[in-house]
Design a protein around this ligand. Structure first.
Ligand code: TEU
Length: 543
């Protein structure tokens, strides 16, 4: 298999508004990211993914862009951004930026023009349709609202939005739109960035006719529509192939076979993708489901395309709370989940705070929540007559704000995130869980992540190796190998609070196996087959 730098990286996601505030306005910012670069460099990550920093009315935390060429004042200035890029590069790291081109803000000048009249030259830059007997053109729901259509009084038509009404979708069928996006991409690439994380990129194409959906709640109709691969191939041909960069598409609603159409190495579209089979189909940990997802994707992708591994991000609640145990075994289970993510096939993504085992949060009032998606959904349910408390209790566990609370640096007020008033409340557990405390402990989660990241450099089998699950059907034990040429790594995990025993594979016992990492410090015995609560180990050997 061909070696490429971008296959070998570990990516760290910086949700900057919650990372570190350098000017006391309560929002994290670029200055704060610069301050913490040594921290990231010490962790050992190769690439930083920065969530959108472009000018935006900020209805959806920067995913509603009103000027692609300017920096949002909350984040800082273009000079600071340029300095950030230099400082990242000076430390031997790379920077990838969020590319949000399925939609713009409704305050983007393109949309203001488009909505100004039916014969404006930019009318066709967005998707406008007549209603159907006084109702929207079809019955589709959007991600955030009951309809993808919003009535616009001024010109008497509806416009299409896959997310909030403040996020009208661009019309990718219009070549002028595509040109404008390609120019903008070149602007950032020419500044020297190292790639893009492409927001909702498989939503760009829309169907020729907007038929009704049988079940409007299954919003997969928004994705993978005819024409999408032509757009991505054109984007590759016109822009991406001229730069040596990493591209990762956010691709909801795909099977492995469909996913390969986006990232197959012969496809000339994208390098890698995020699929959401784990996050969307596993509300809580489900070992058998997880194993079957890993197996299916590996079988489809091995030697053909490159995957990603992640269990949380700014849209999906903290992994240790959702998929581990954020009480008694927080430290052990945080490390167990990290072990999986860094040893399963694909690029590992670390979401800020994960490396110290930050947990989800449960705010007691709706006012504390900031997320537009949650607030709209809450209102919709309350308007249907449901009890507010009950609705909140139902929505809280998977709320996006779980991951968006400020990074917990130390036990000083507001966790050392800001000297001002944080834009979203800090998780009240910050005195117990913070970077300073974690790093002072002998069983530091941070140190374990650091070790995992450096193991990937020593053992290319963890990156390029074939994957074999040796524990199919077992609901607690997960044991698998990664093999590349003569090198094998064996990973053994017990995803349970009680003990489990396992058997080494026959071939393994005879070799010169050694234990290269374990999440229980006292574990040094290579022959021990007893696993304690959330115990995780990695062995290596030559065959
Ligand atoms: O998310 C869009 C998106 O497709 C996800 O909602 C995805 O389907 C989901 O995580 C799977 O469960 C992106 C951004 O990540 C999100 O923060 C924005 O709100 C959204 O786009 C709109 O730009």
């Amino acid at each position: 298999m061909k070696r490429d730098w971008w296959k070998e990286v570990v990516v760290y996601q910086v949700y900057w508004r919650s990372f570190k505030d350098s000017n006391g306005d309560g929002y994290g910012d670029l200055g704060g990211v610069i301050e913490k670069l040594d921290y990231l460099s010490e962790l050992g990550v190769d690439v930083i993914w920065l969530n959108p920093i472009y000018e935006s009315p900020d209805c959806d935390n920067g995913y509603d862009i009103s000027d692609y060429y300017r920096i949002m004042p909350k984040a800082g200035t273009m000079e600071q951004w340029e300095r950030l890029l230099d400082e990242v590069h000076a430390r031997g790291m790379k920077l990838i930026m969020d590319l949000v081109v399925n939609h713009t803000s409704n305050l983007h000048p393109w949309f203001l023009e488009s909505r100004s009249s039916r014969d404006n030259p930019k009318r066709d830059w967005y998707i406008w349709r007549d209603g159907r007997n006084g109702a929207p053109p079809n019955n589709w729901r959007s991600y955030f609202t009951p309809s993808v259509w919003e009535w616009d009084e001024a010109t008497g038509q509806y416009y299409f939005h896959s997310f909030a009404t403040e996020q009208p979708d661009l019309n990718w069928a219009n070549p002028q739109v595509r040109n404008a996006v390609y120019e903008m991409m070149k602007f950032w690439l020419d500044k020297g960035i190292d790639g893009f994380r492409m927001d909702a990129i498989n939503l760009l194409a829309k169907p020729a006719r907007f038929f009704d959906a049988e079940n409007p709640f299954h919003i997969s109709y928004l994705a993978n529509n005819p024409g999408i691969h032509e757009y991505l191939r054109e984007m590759h041909d016109r822009v991406l192939r001229h730069y040596d960069v990493l591209t990762v598409g956010e691709i909801p609603f795909v099977t492995p076979e469909e996913g390969l159409k986006y990232v197959g190495q012969d496809r000339r579209e994208l390098h890698t993708l995020f699929h959401f089979q784990v996050c969307d189909e596993m509300p809580t940990w489900d070992m058998l489901r997880f194993k079957s997802i890993q197996k299916r994707w590996h079988e489809a992708f091995y030697g053909r395309g490159w995957n990603s591994q992640f269990l949380n991000n700014h849209d999906h609640t903290r992994q240790v709370t959702r998929y581990g145990n954020d009480g008694k075994y927080r430290i052990e289970s945080a490390k167990l989940l990290a072990t999986m993510i860094h040893t399963l096939p694909g690029i590992p993504y670390i979401y800020q705070g994960e490396e110290i085992g930050m947990t989800g949060v449960h705010f007691s009032t709706i006012e504390s929540y900031r997320d537009i998606a949650l607030r709209i959904r809450y209102q919709e349910e309350v308007d249907r007559g449901r009890k507010p408390d009950e609705v909140l209790a139902e929505l809280a566990p998977l709320a996006r704000d779980n991951s968006r609370t400020p990074m917990q640096w130390d036990d000083s007020p507001n966790a050392g995130f800001t000297v001002g008033e944080p834009w979203i409340p800090v998780n009240p557990n910050y005195r117990e869980i913070n970077v300073k405390k974690d790093r002072a402990q002998s069983d530091s989660i941070f140190a374990y992540y650091k070790a995992l990241i450096s193991l990937r450099r020593q053992y290319p089998a963890l990156i390029y190796g074939d994957y074999t699950d040796l524990s199919e059907g077992d609901t607690r034990l997960y044991m698998y190998t990664r093999q590349w040429q003569d090198d094998v790594c064996l990973i053994v995990l017990n995803h349970a609070e009680s003990e489990t025993y396992f058997q080494f594979p026959e071939w393994f016992r005879d070799g010169d196996a050694h234990l290269i990492l374990a999440n229980y410090e006292d574990q040094t015995d290579v022959t021990d087959t007893r696993l304690r609560a959330y115990e995780a180990r990695i062995y290596a050997m030559n065959v």
